[in-house]
Ligand binder design. Structure first.
Ligand SMILES: [Fe+2]
Length: 334
């Protein structure tokens, strides 16, 4: 029989929510944490999750083979016994109402709510101000109307951003970009991970999104390591890149993990630095965050590992070293 690891109390992982004053009077939520520093942290991450309870393939929440697999992905996530669940937006289709969250998302991924730190997606904003999303998650989703916040997980600094740029702004000088730069300056960890909904780089139907470049640049300037996003309904891993899309071994490695259950979509134009693509498996990204390094696995709902790897955290800024030799030849969908 498999020996089950003792689950630590969520309060031991995520500490008190504090307010930090940043820049010219901007107040943003920051979640402090108290995790034992020497211990690796396990996270799961995925977006694009729960069908509307009125969806034709909702099927009492069980879905079908190709639609509405939110119960299967949440079963998988639970089985991995993560310390934290980073959900990457479009958590509740179609409009992210509180009633839909309660009838669909809460019955599956809601089982991980205590350890969940969410990012908001465009479908949540189909209800004005993403009211259902902020009502469902409460203070843990950051300040209502902003939705960006940060916290520590083990030795890592982790930042949840709001990529609904029409709502909060993502450009240079925007409140969010200023907050991000101040937050990163105030938390100079060796290892940093950021996540949001709309991918900066993607070979999916939505493609690359230049609106996110200023946020990526801020992260790059502070030697961040990993960015996670959803929005395109597939799994894709990119080699480390700079904000302008040029490969750099000291750039940021990114993942699109939009395989949370709603459905899967085809890839379009394959973008530079795309290394692994999969649009046939619902599943989650599992990451282990260690003191100076990290590893990842993309695991499908049958428990099969479809992608994996490991890397050290970045120790010098991108663009300042002769580090333009590409990673091993990109390979197509496994
Ligand atoms: Fe989306």
């Amino acid at each position: 029989m498999k020996r089950r690891r003792k689950r630590r109390s969520p309060a031991g992982i995520f500490g008190l929510i504090a307010l930090s004053v940043v820049g010219a009077g901007l107040v943003a939520a920051s979640v402090a944490t108290q995790l034992r520093a020497a211990e690796p942290v396990t996270i799961v991450a995925v977006g694009d999750i729960a069908c509307s309870p009125t969806h034709v393939f909702f099927n009492g929440g069980a879905g079908t083979d190709t639609w509405c697999r939110m119960k299967a992905t949440s079963d998988l996530a639970l089985s991995l016994e993560p310390d934290a669940a980073l959900v990457l937006g479009d958590l509740q289709y179609e409009d992210g109402t509180l009633a839909a969250f309660q009838r669909s998302y809460d019955t599956n991924w809601g089982r991980l709510k205590e350890i969940t730190r969410p990012a908001v997606g465009n479908h949540e904003y189909q209800t004005k101000g993403a009211k259902g999303y902020f009502d469902y998650f409460g203070a843990v989703a950051g300040i209502r109307g902003l939705g960006f916040y940060s916290y520590d997980l083990g030795d890592w600094h982790v930042v949840a951003l709001n990529s609904q740029c029409s709502e909060v702004g993502c450009g240079v000088g925007s409140v969010q970009e200023q907050w991000l730069r101040a937050d990163l300056a105030a938390n100079p960890k060796l290892c940093t991970l950021a996540y949001w909904h709309h991918p900066r780089f993607s070979s999916g139907g939505h493609g690359n999104d230049d609106d996110l470049q200023p946020l990526w640049q801020a992260l790059q300037d502070h030697e961040a390591d990993v960015v996670l996003a959803g929005h395109d309904h597939n799994y894709e891993r990119f080699a480390p890149q700079r904000a302008d899309g040029v490969f750099d071994r000291n750039g940021i490695r990114s993942f699109v993990v939009g395989s949370g259950g709603k459905n899967l979509d085809p890839f379009r134009k394959i973008k530079a630095n795309s290394v692994v693509r999969n649009n046939t498996d619902f599943g989650v990204l599992k990451m282990t965050l260690d003191r100076r390094s990290y590893s990842w696995q993309f695991i499908n709902v049958d428990g099969e590992v479809k992608d994996k790897g490991e890397a050290d955290c970045v120790t010098e800024p991108a663009g300042r070293s002769a580090a333009t030799t590409p990673e091993p030849t990109p390979r197509p969908t496994p």
